[in-house]
Design a protein around this ligand. Structure first.
Ligand SMILES: Cc1ncc(COP(=O)(O)O)c(C=O)c1O
Length: 373
């Protein structure tokens, strides 16, 4: 044995920062009287049918039930009209957990993953905690478009994953099909594209591409999805991904038995059945987004077109101050400096009551700022 004392702790776990989500009501210090428009949640409360399914599942809580997730994967295959086999799905306790599993499955310390900022922060956190290196090929700062050739040029022998988010968080922009086509046609065999489509249910742009189209052509892409957004189940923590049988078979080796709780599994399956709830959510988000955009136009506030359930806009004055002023009036929004995008605010679509409260407060703050100038 040599004389140097071996280190117990892995350096990349010590140096990497764990992912931290947006603030909760509790952290805001105003648990009840607050309009939470800061975490891109579903504006409508959970579907009664889902609550019923979850409640029914509680009877058997004392038992280990479904050792694997095959019932949920079969339900997902049905949801995708049997274009994929149940074995082409992976399920986990949220999309976040899937990102963590995918990174563990493909990335060794020293290997590289490509992201395009500003984007969802968790990719970077999980890659760094695994000892991987993040290479950032930023999006165009004017319209948040992505240059596929620049991204392809960044690929090296050490690259393992590329993260693309469409619609992107926090910008709301999609990656059009022709850009994704260009990327996928030149993707080398040692790289997998993680295509985060957790906001896909809100998209209305015809140029949108779903990961499914590429998986069917045996491309190395993983479609990442969540029950937290359009299905209204952020608190339940269920997500799924799909890919080629080779990729899902490989990543699923990391799954633990009984990984998803029985209520979560039953809730997710009930959500897939409750089509009316999903249509309702889509309609509310579409209508509210139109309404807020009209209000922004009236107030003269600049915003970017968004295909998500949120809007990115330029606040009437300094972003942190504006966010704090709104919070003191009971409205939570997300300032986007942490995304590497200072000077902007991300506003999640709420119900009309919350959205009107936000618009009224913004209007009043603008008037007040004008007076104190
Ligand atoms: C782009 C993106 N991917 C993944 C997630 C995480 O979803 P989940 O709640 O399933 O962990 C979020 C959450 O806001 C997100 O914005």
């Amino acid at each position: 044995m040599d004389n140097t004392t071996p280190s117990l702790f892995k350096p990349h776990i010590l140096s990497g920062l764990p992912y931290k989500g947006g603030s909760t009501r509790e952290q805001s210090g105003k648990v009840r009287k607050i309009h939470k428009l800061s975490s891109n949640e579903c504006p409508i409360g959970p579907s009664p049918k889902i609550i019923k399914a979850i409640t029914a599942s509680l009877e058997m809580l004392h038992e280990y039930q479904h050792e694997d997730d095959s019932r949920l994967r079969t339900a997902l295959a049905g949801h995708y009209d049997w274009k994929l086999l149940p074995d082409q799905f992976l399920t986990a306790n949220s999309a976040l957990e899937l990102i963590e599993m995918i990174v563990r499955a493909f990335v060794e310390p020293g290997q590289e993953c490509i992201i395009s900022s500003p984007t969802f922060l968790a990719y970077k956190n999980f890659v760094e905690l695994q000892g991987g290196k993040v290479i950032d090929i930023p999006l165009d700062r004017e319209n948040f478009s992505l240059d596929p050739d620049e991204l392809l040029r960044a690929i090296t022998n050490k690259t393992r994953l590329i993260f693309i988010t469409s619609p992107n968080n926090p910008t709301g922009a999609i990656i059009p099909r022709k850009i994704l086509d260009r990327l996928m046609e030149s993707l080398p065999s040692h790289v997998v594209l993680v295509y985060d489509e957790v906001y896909r249910h809100f998209v209305r742009d015809r140029n949108y591409a779903v990961g499914l189209d590429y998986v069917k052509n045996s491309k190395q892409i993983i479609g990442l999805n969540s029950f937290s957004k359009a299905f209204g189940l952020a608190g339940l923590r269920v997500g799924y991904a799909y890919s080629t049988p080779e990729i899902t078979g490989y990543v699923s080796r990391l799954r633990r038995p009984f990984m998803i709780s029985v209520p979560a599994m039953e809730g997710a399956m009930a959500a897939l059945r409750d089509k009316q709830y999903l249509y309702n959510v889509q309609r509310v988000v579409r209508e509210e987004k139109n309404w807020i955009q009209d209000c922004f136009d009236d107030l003269g506030l600049f915003y970017w077109p968004s295909q998500g359930n949120f809007l990115l806009f330029v606040p009437p004055y300094e972003g942190e101050e504006f966010t704090a002023d709104l919070l003191s009036r009971g409205i939570m929004v997300r300032e986007t400096s942490v995304f590497g995008l200072p000077g902007c605010i991300r506003l999640s679509m709420g119900m009309r009551e919350a959205n009107s409260a936000f618009i009224t407060a913004t209007q009043k703050l603008m008037e007040w700022k004008q007076k104190v100038k």
